[in-house]
Write a protein that binds this ligand. Sequence first.
Ligand SMILES: Cc1cc2nc3c(=O)[nH]c(=O)nc-3n(C[C@H](O)[C@H](O)[C@H](O)COP(=O)(O)OP(=O)(O)OC[C@H]3O[C@@H](n4cnc5c(N)ncnc54)[C@H](O)[C@@H]3O)c2cc1C
Length: 396
Amino acid sequence: MLHKILVIGGGVGGTMTANHLVTKLYPEIRSGKVQITLLSNSPWHYYKPAFMYVAFTKFFRDELRRPQRGLLRPEIDFQIEEVEQFDFQGNKVKCKSGHTFGYDHLIISTGCVPTPERIEGLKEAGDHFYQYAPARQLAEKLRTIEKGRILITVTFPKTPNVPHQCGIAPMETTLMVDALLRKRGVRNKVEIVYTYPTVAQGVQCGLFLQSGVSEVLPAVFDQNGIKYNRGFTLERVDPGAKVAYSAEGKEENFDILMATPPIRAVKAVRESGISHAEDDEGWLPTDHESMKVLGLENVYVLGDTVDLPISKAGGSCHNQSPVVVNNVASEIRFGHTCDAYEGRVVAIAQMGLEEGMPLWYDYTHEVIPTPATKLGGMTRKGFNRGIYWAVARGLL
Ligand SMILES: Cc1cc2nc3c(=O)[nH]c(=O)nc-3n(C[C@H](O)[C@H](O)[C@H](O)COP(=O)(O)OP(=O)(O)OC[C@H]3O[C@@H](n4cnc5c(N)ncnc54)[C@H](O)[C@@H]3O)c2cc1C
């Protein structure tokens, strides 16, 4: 009997997982016993971390995207479809087009979306780099600011222990702003103020979501003349006065407000009825080891849609995807799962415009910060410009 595996989402999680599945289950696919279908609502695959570089005019649209079909192994049935409804009891999904797709195994990797409109005044007065168009808008401001104050804010999901997207991005971009303004010769006329919420994931009154990095950051910021304000949970923004107010009762004025805005899961996932996340955030309850959606034996989730206490990062997908693939293949072949995710995240942080810092952590080990180096910067550049596409293709 034909075993149907349905993957939803053509981002890094879905793409690499579909490709890895072909490699792992090649004999079954060749003999017609297994079929892999990937549905995505876009014909394009975006290398999302590059949006951050767009804000510094280092990347333009056509450099950071590829046609989705071209990244997939030919054995994968790829269809441009937007899933509107999950029917977990009936083992099928319903799409906007009216088409329905059945499955034996379902893998969800639909990411998350920034929602600045969920904080009063933030959409009107703030900027961010988590999508292409907002990053272009921010680029124009960073390219032209001559004097004033740049305020950085970070908003965490309300669901406990779920981090914002890409834990390191606010810190990376703060250092990039500093380097850019120095290059432009206006750094002495622009104040940079980095803020972090009181209750972040693993720390209280820190500057990063883990204590090790939180402890070394003040020295890095001091060295570059970047001010910082621990315990600033953005509550509302007054666009007219250009002032940001925090839940702790503090206020900060700004000329540019570079925010890490609230995020949540996509609509179809939020409306799937199985999330227990707070504030309609929609994170799917995920088994920390098997990567299955809790309570659903044949449904897996990875990437930004999970409710795991680890970074919403491509470097997480890279370590979750093989676990999902091994478990699906093992269930098909032997009737049980065989692999467990340890919470590993591997990435290279961009430190300023030229340097980089490799970092890795898991459920039990925090990041151990190391000095930023030019070699780290070159490795990051290599990943941005080439290695990423091999990773998405499932080659690395
Ligand atoms: C500015 C920025 C900087 C970052 N920096 C880093 C970094 O340095 N290192 C790192 O490791 N990670 C970084 N990340 C995070 C990384 O990009 C994400 O964690 C990763 O893309 C998540 O992969 P995903 O597959 O879960 O979701 P996505 O990559 O978001 O893919 C989701 C896919 O699902 C599709 N989709 C959505 N809804 C539907 C639907 N209803 N039906 C069908 N298809 C749907 C979308 O079109 C998309 O193809 C960064 C992200 C941003 C935005």
